[in-house]
Design a protein around this ligand. Structure first.
Ligand code: PLP
Length: 434
């Protein structure tokens, strides 16, 4: 115990860091109150500066599939660190990771380039698509988040949705104008966009399953429709698995659709979060002919001082090697336990709600009826979330500080951790009812 409070830590941070945070959703802007200042994490819990421990359903916004500070992952990073932090040169580990990911995707990608963030991965995927097609326009979906590069912030999910922003200042109109934002799950809108811009659309980019405006589940066949429609018009399909990849299953959301009988393959696939096991690592995978457009082989430039960093690669390799069928079964079961209890608690408290679920990812919207797109997600009693969130926090459960975020379970959420969540839910649901 340091005697420091979260308020002290936040005040000190706000004096020198914009908003006191290095990523906007951490600021508790939509739920109010003081963000936790975290000093350590272990398994299913995080511990703040006051020494208080919380069951954590943020999981670093996805990466912590195995739980925090998983001993074998930490040991792999320590061992890598003992051999040097960064070389600015190729390492055998990068190839091991590329082979492992290509193997896991089993036909989904042929090559992989590693970068440090999901933002870089989607930005580069779009550059490849433009380089390959010689076209400029990109289709994205409202409420989908693909990181914070200029062209992808329009009607974006995650913090942009949390803060209720249309996009970002500082994005030149000419760049924003190259992004067409369409309603998700709307096939007519996609067809109409291609008709309205013949020969100009380079790619469609879509989250494999939307999880940044709450969970937006793709309707059956929607991803297949996107691939087929893009190809019919000479455009590419970029599947953004930064959040879903290696989290909802060993081959991401794509793997779940394959298991359900789908045969489509994306041209480019972006990865992040779990691929780095909690360290800064992301990747762009896809067809070899497209990946080979990247420098040094081709004319599309992309680079990074810390790309393929050996510590991040060690964390990613250790995480993916441990992420076996049993891990996914545990995460799925934990997600079912919590989402069923959430449903029951809100029903008992008489609160209108819809729970959307994509694999082990789920979110709650305070409304009746399904949530198909961003307009539905925004059409809810979002004001019910802050009291709900704070009741959970007071009871020692740390939820994502926005109703527009998915809840993340890990393989480390054991019965004791889940019990603490279940015990906290009824009072939180009553707080949401008030
Ligand atoms: N794509 C998706 C689907 C995401 O969820 C995110 C981050 O939440 C990103 C891209 C951007 O990744 P990063 O925050 O690592 O830049």
């Amino acid at each position: 115990m340091t005697g420091i409070t979260n308020q002290d830590a936040a005040a000190r941070a706000r004096a020198v860091i914009p908003g006191g945070v290095n990523s906007p959703v951490r600021a508790f802007g939509s739920v109010g109150g003081t963000p936790l200042s975290i000093v350590s994490a272990s398994g299913p819990t995080v511990t703040d500066v006051t020494g208080r421990e919380y069951v954590d359903l943020v999981a670093s916004w996805g990466p912590a599939l195995l739980g925090h500070a998983q001993p074998e992952v930490v040991a792999a990073v320590q061992e890598a660190a003992s051999r040097g932090l960064s070389f600015g040169a190729s390492t055998p580990g990068e190839t091991d990771l590329a082979e492992l990911v290509i193997d896991r995707l089993d036909g989904g990608i042929e090559k992989l380039r590693l970068v440090s963030t999901g933002t870089e991965a989607t930005m580069t995927a779009i550059r490849i698509a433009r380089g390959a097609t010689g076209r400029d326009v990109v289709i994205k979906f409202a409420g989908h988040y693909h990181g914070h590069s200029d062209g992808l912030l329009a009607e974006s999910g995650s913090g942009v949705a949390t803060l209720g922003l249309p996009g970002s200042a500082g994005v030149p109109a000419d760049i924003a104008g190259l992004t067409l934002v369409l309603p998700y799950n709307d096939r007519d809108a996609v067809r109409a966009a291609f008709e309205a811009h013949p020969g100009r659309i380079a790619a469609i980019i879509a989250e494999a399953a939307g999880a940044n405006a709450g969970v937006l589940v793709p309707e059956p066949g929607f991803n297949r429709f996107l691939v087929e429609t893009a190809h019919a018009h000479g455009a590419l399909f970029i599947l953004d698995e930064v959040l879903t990849g290696f989290r909802v299953g060993p081959a991401g959301w794509w793997g779940l659709e394959r298991a359900a009988g789908e045969t489509w393959v994306a041209d480019l696939v972006t990865f992040g979060k779990v691929i780095g096991g909690g360290m800064p690592l992301a990747g762009i995978g896809g067809r070899a002919d497209l990946l080979d457009l990247l420098a040094p082989l081709g004319p599309v430039y992309q680079a990074g001082t810390l790309s393929g960093n050996p510590l991040a690669v060690a964390a990613g390799l250790a995480t993916l090697r441990l992420a076996d069928a049993e891990v996914y079964a545990r995460v799925d079961a934990a997600a079912s336990t919590v989402s069923n209890a959430l449903d029951a608690a809100l029903t008992d408290a008489g609160v209108a709600h819809t729970i959307s679920r994509a694999g082990s990812l789920f979110s709650v919207a305070f409304r009746d009826g399904e949530v198909r797109d961003y307009a539905d997600a925004k059409d809810q009693d979002a004001w019910r979330y802050p009291p709900f969130f704070h009741a959970m926090l007071d009871a020692g459960v740390s939820l994502p500080p926005s109703v527009f975020e998915a809840w993340f379970l890990t393989a480390a959420h054991d019965d004791a951790a889940l019990d603490r969540v279940l015990t906290a839910l009824p009072a939180a649901a009553r707080a949401a009812a008030a």
